[in-house]
Design a protein around this ligand. Structure first.
Ligand code: FUB
Length: 331
């Protein structure tokens, strides 16, 4: 299978990809070299800005770098770490949703707005009220509603919240030893989904858990290697909702299918087996009649997990709508 490194000139990761005005826009994290020791809190992911990339030929065409579109220094409430963002279009405006630690080292969700998919993006003065954790992905549904999926374990701080209320200090409780992480056959911690307000700037409701269940309707357990960890993405195929995600410490991309944006989603299988590097993160997009998996790995940096490179390959479905598994490491 043909795979392509999309942007060899720089280290970028976590590609959120959308087609706007007939062109493919890629919204990645921008990895930086760092002095920090690699740890389970993710201190090695020291990203300070975002670039936008675009192309009109995914596998072969030029990938244009539109330059820096937002930086930490532009954001009033900035602490550190601009992690995975996503962008949604409504009425000709482009809304970037980004997670960043505030001055107390707690992840919140910020918004920045542009008149053009290539930015620049102007940040709102405050994060979304009541927001927490990381890895936002926005689905524009066919009825005009926008749903945001989010959440990540360990350094992503999701385990510090239950029913959207903080239960422990996220700046401290963010390793695999967190006492609020479920274990064994307890239900895994779910991602969250929330409908966005009409002006795109707030939650329209309380975020809800995104349940991934087995064929019997039982939520996947905490010790299931296929359970949710981070990197939510949702796309639609043949009228069904495909919720895909990273399994984090078991290093796969998996997916589940549901009938509506809230789920539950029934577990289906593995999209991508482990890549070189600790993290795996992706988006799935249709362009000019073909489906693509955008993701990253750490091959070009020689395996440094905090210096990742954007990658893409075609994604295929079988006749029943199941995604064919892709090997993450080339043989
Ligand atoms: O890039 C920083 C974090 O690493 C992302 O938010 C996670 O999904 C993982 O890729």
């Amino acid at each position: 299978m043909k795979k392509r490194y999309l942007f060899p000139a720089d280290y970028m990761a976590d590609p959120s990809v959308h087609v706007f005005n007939g062109r493919v826009y890629i919204y990645p994290s921008h990895d930086w070299e760092c002095e920090n020791v690699e740890n389970d809190t993710g201190d090695q992911y020291v990203m300070k800005d975002y670039h936008v990339l675009s192309t009109d030929d995914v596998m072969n065409g030029e990938v244009k770098d539109h330059g820096k579109v937002l930086g930490l220094e532009d954001i009033a409430w900035a602490g550190r770490q601009l992690w995975d963002c996503d962008v949604a279009e409504k009425d000709g405006k482009y809304y970037m949703y980004f997670p960043m630690k505030d001055k107390n080292d707690v992840f919140r969700q910020g918004i920045a707005i542009a008149d053009n998919p290539a930015g620049p993006f102007i940040p709102e003065p405050e994060p979304i009220h009541g927001s927490y954790s990381i890895d936002m992905a926005v689905l524009k549904d066919e009825d005009g509603s926008y749903y945001m999926y989010f959440g990540g374990l360990w350094g992503g701080q999701l385990q510090c919240y239950r029913d959207n209320i903080g239960i422990e200090d996220p700046a401290i409780n963010n390793t695999p030893d967190s006492k609020n992480l479920p274990h064994g056959n307890q239900p895994a911690l779910p991602s969250r989904v929330v409908r966005l307000s009409g002006d795109m700037l707030q939650y329209a409701e309380e975020p809800k858990p995104v349940l991934v269940v087995d064929a019997q309707g039982k939520p996947l357990s905490a010790d299931d290697p296929h359970r949710f960890f981070e990197a939510s993405w949702v796309h639609k195929y043949n009228g069904k909702y495909y919720f895909s995600y990273s399994t984090g410490d078991t290093h796969m991309l998996c997916y589940a299918i549901g009938d509506n944006p809230y789920g539950p989603f029934t577990y289906q299988g593995v999209i991508l087996t482990p890549v070189v590097g600790w993290t795996t993160h992706h988006s799935i997009v249709e362009y000019k009649g073909k489906w693509y998996l955008f993701h990253h790995d750490s091959v070009p940096s020689g395996g440094k997990s905090w210096l990742r490179s954007l990658k893409v390959c075609e994604l295929e479905y079988d006749a029943e709508g199941h995604i064919k598994t892709i090997e993450g490491m080339d043989k």
